[in-house]
Design a protein around this ligand. Structure first.
Ligand SMILES: Nc1nc2c(c(=O)[nH]1)N[C@H]1C(S)=C(S)[C@@H](COP(=O)(O)O)O[C@H]1N2
Ligand SMILES: [Mo]
Length: 506
C-alpha cells in the first residue's frame, strides 16, 4: 500500500473538525467539574447574548421562544466546527497553524469565560482543556501531512487506516465526554432541600376561578410558569454559600446568609409577574402565591441615606436591575421571594431568592438568584436592560388577553364562551370589556379578586352568528384608565395594542 493520498485537503478538514469537536467536548466535561457556565460554547454564547443588539434579542425571543438558547448554543458549535475546518486547511499551508489555530480558539473561549460577571478563578480551565485536547488531536491526525496543498506526491506519515481509526477514536471519546459532561451538568447537586418558614399571617386559599375550557389557570403551576432570563445555564446556588448584601447609600451595610434570612418575618402575596417583551396576547405572564421577606424591612435596617432614588439588584450571574427606591419602600410589599406556590423557588425562577416588585415589569423588579441590593441613584448606575435601550423604570401597562377561542378557530353558531385575563398590577382591575367586529364595548363577567397585584379572569357569553368575526378585549383599571388609551402610545403604527382574535363561525 502506498502511504500517500491524493486528498490532503479532505484529511485536513476532517482533522480540523474532529480536533475542534473533541476539544469542545473535553472543555464541556472539565467545565462540569469546575464551572458549568465556563464551558467554551456556553461562555461564548453568553457573551454573545450580552453583546447582541436589543432588536435581535427581541426577535429571537419572539420567534424562537424558549428555543432561543439551544439555537444559540447550536449556532456557536456549528461556527466553531467550521473554524475547525478552516484551521485544518490553514495547517496544510503553514504547520504553525497547528499551534496557532487551537491557541486562538483557546484564547477566545478563555476570554469569554473570564469576562463572565461571576467568573471564578477556574473559569479559564475548560478553555485550556479545549486547546490542549483539540491541539493534540490536530497534531496527531496531521502528523507528516504534506505541507503544501498542491504537493500530492508527498507521503502522509499517517497511513489512511491509522487516520481513520484516529478520527474515530477522537470523535467517540468526544461524544462520550459530551454526554458525561451533560449528564453531570443536569444531575449534579440538586439544590439542597430547604424547608420554608410559615407566614405569621397566611393568606386564605384563592377561590376557584371560572371553569371554561381553554382558559389559563388562575394560579400558574410552577412548571408552567414562563421563564425569561439571560442565563444559558440555570445558576445552581447552594444555600450554604448564598449571601445577600445590602450596601451602597446606607448607614450600615450588612449581609445575611440563608438562615438569617429565614429568621426574619415572612409573608405571602399573590402577585402576577409579566415580561415587558410579552407581545399582545402573549404567554410571558403568570400568577403565583409568593412567600418572602419585605424588602423595606432590610432597607430600614440598613438605613437609606437621603438622595438615593434607586436600588440596583444583582444576581449571581451578574444580571442587574434598577428598581425605583420608592417601589421597594412604599406599601406595595415588595419582597425577597423564597417560595412560589408553596414550594421553594424552582432553580429556573431564581432559587434560593429573588426580588419581586408588584406593579413593575420583570426586567426592573424581579431579579432572580439575587445576591446584592445596592442603594444608589439613576444618575450613577445603569442596569443591564437600560444599557440595551429599555426604560430605566418599568411600570406595568394595564392589559388583557383572550385565551379562548383561539385565533383562527372554527366555531359553531350559538353560545360561545369567550374568556381570558386582565391585569393592572399595583392599580387593580375594575372591569373588562369585549367588542365584536369593532362594535360597542360590552361588559364581561369578571372572576374573583385576588388583590390589586393579581390578574383577574373574565368571561363573556357570546351569541355567535355565521361569518368571520373579530373579538377584542380591554381592561378599565381602578384609576379609570382604559387600556385602549394607555396602550396606544407604544404602538406608533396605529394598532390599538389590544388583543384581538379572528374566528370563523358556521
Ligand atoms: N438574574 C436574572 N434575573 C432576571 C432576569 C435575568 O435575565 N437574570 N430576567 C428578568 C425578566 S426580563 C423577567 S420578565 C423575569 C422573569 O421571571 P421568571 O423567569 O421567573 O418568569 O425575571 C427577571 N429577572
Ligand atoms: Mo422580562
Amino acid at each position: 500500500m502506498p502511504t500517500h493520498t491524493s486528498r490532503p485537503k479532505t484529511r485536513a478538514i476532517v482533522a480540523g473538525v474532529t480536533a475542534v469537536f473533541t476539544g469542545l467536548a473535553a472543555g464541556q466535561l472539565v467545565a462540569s467539574f469546575v464551572a458549568p457556565e465556563a464551558a467554551p460554547a456556553v461562555a461564548v454564547g453568553s457573551r454573545l447574548i450580552d453583546l447582541t443588539p436589543t432588536p435581535v434579542k427581541e426577535w429571537a425571543v419572539a420567534t424562537l421562544g424558549t428555543w432561543d438558547k439551544p439555537v444559540l448554543i447550536g449556532g456557536v458549535v456549528i461556527v466553531t466546527l467550521a473554524m475547525g475546518a478552516l484551521i485544518g486547511l490553514l495547517s496544510l499551508r503553514r504547520p504553525a497553524w497547528r499551534w496557532a489555530g487551537p491557541a486562538s480558539l483557546t484564547v477566545i473561549a478563555a476570554a469569554a469565560a473570564a469576562a463572565a460577571p461571576a467568573a471564578g478563578m477556574f473559569a479559564v480551565v475548560p478553555a485550556l482543556a479545549t486547546g490542549v485536547v483539540g491541539g493534540g488531536v490536530l497534531h496527531w491526525l496531521l502528523r507528516g501531512t504534506p505541507q503544501r496543498v498542491d504537493d500530492d506526491r508527498a507521503p502522509h506519515a499517517l497511513p489512511r487506516r491509522a487516520f481513520i481509526t484516529g478520527t474515530a477514536v477522537a470523535s467517540v471519546s468526544g461524544a462520550v465526554a459530551l454526554i458525561a459532561g451533560q449528564y453531570r451538568a443536569t444531575t449534579q447537586q440538586p439544590p439542597r432541600a430547604v424547608t420554608l418558614p410559615r407566614p405569621a399571617d397566611p393568606l386564605a386559599p384563592l377561590p376557584s376561578g371560572p371553569d371554561v375550557p381553554g382558559l389559563a389557570p388562575w394560579v400558574t403551576p410552577n412548571k408552567d410558569f414562563y421563564r425569561v432570563d439571560t442565563s444559558l445555564i440555570v445558576p445552581s446556588v447552594d444555600v450554604g454559600d448564598w449571601r445577600l448584601s445590602i450596601d451602597g447609600m446606607v448607614d450600615t451595610p450588612f449581609s445575611l446568609g440563608w438562615d438569617q434570612l429565614l429568621a426574619l418575618p415572612v409573608f405571602e402575596r399573590d402577585i402576577t409577574l409579566n415580561c415587558v417583551s410579552n407581545e399582545v396576547g402573549g404567554p410571558y405572564i403568570g400568577g403565583a402565591r409568593w412567600l418572602g421577606v419585605r424588602v423595606s424591612d432590610l432597607l430600614a435596617k440598613a438605613g437609606v441615606q437621603p438622595g438615593a432614588d434607586m436600588v440596583l439588584s444583582r444576581s449571581t450571574d451578574g444580571y442587574t436591575a434598577s428598581t425605583p427606591l420608592q417601589a421597594l419602600t412604599d406599601d406595595r410589599d415588595s419582597m425577597i421571594a423564597i417560595g412560589m406556590n408553596g414550594q421553594p423557588l424552582p432553580p429556573e425562577h431564581g432559587f434560593p431568592a429573588r426580588l419581586l416588585t408588584p406593579g413593575l415589569y420583570g426586567y426592573v423588579g424581579a431579579t432572580k438568584w439575587l445576591t446584592q441590593l445596592t442603594v444608589t441613584t439613576y444618575a450613577k448606575d445603569v442596569a443591564y436592560w437600560t444599557q440595551r435601550g429599555w426604560a430605566p423604570r418599568g411600570p406595568v401597562k394595564p392589559s388583557s388577553r383572550i385565551d379562548t377561542p383561539r385565533g383562527l378557530a372554527n366555531l359553531q353558531p350559538g353560545k360561545v364562551m369567550v374568556a381570558g385575563e386582565a391585569w393592572a398590577q399595583n392599580i387593580g382591575v375594575a372591569k373588562v370589556q369585549v367588542r365584536v367586529d369593532g362594535g360597542g364595548w360590552q361588559p364581561t363577567d369578571i372572576g374573583p379578586d385576588g388583590g390589586i397585584d393579581y390578574w383577574r379572569q373574565w368571561t363573556y357569553a357570546w351569541q355567535a352568528t355565521s361569518g368571520q368575526h373579530t373579538l377584542e378585549c380591554r381592561v378599565i383599571d381602578d384609576k379609570g384608565s382604559n387600556q385602549s388609551e394607555v396602550r396606544a402610545a407604544p404602538f406608533p403604527d396605529g394598532s390599538s395594542g389590544l388583543h384581538s382574535v379572528v374566528v370563523t363561525v358556521g
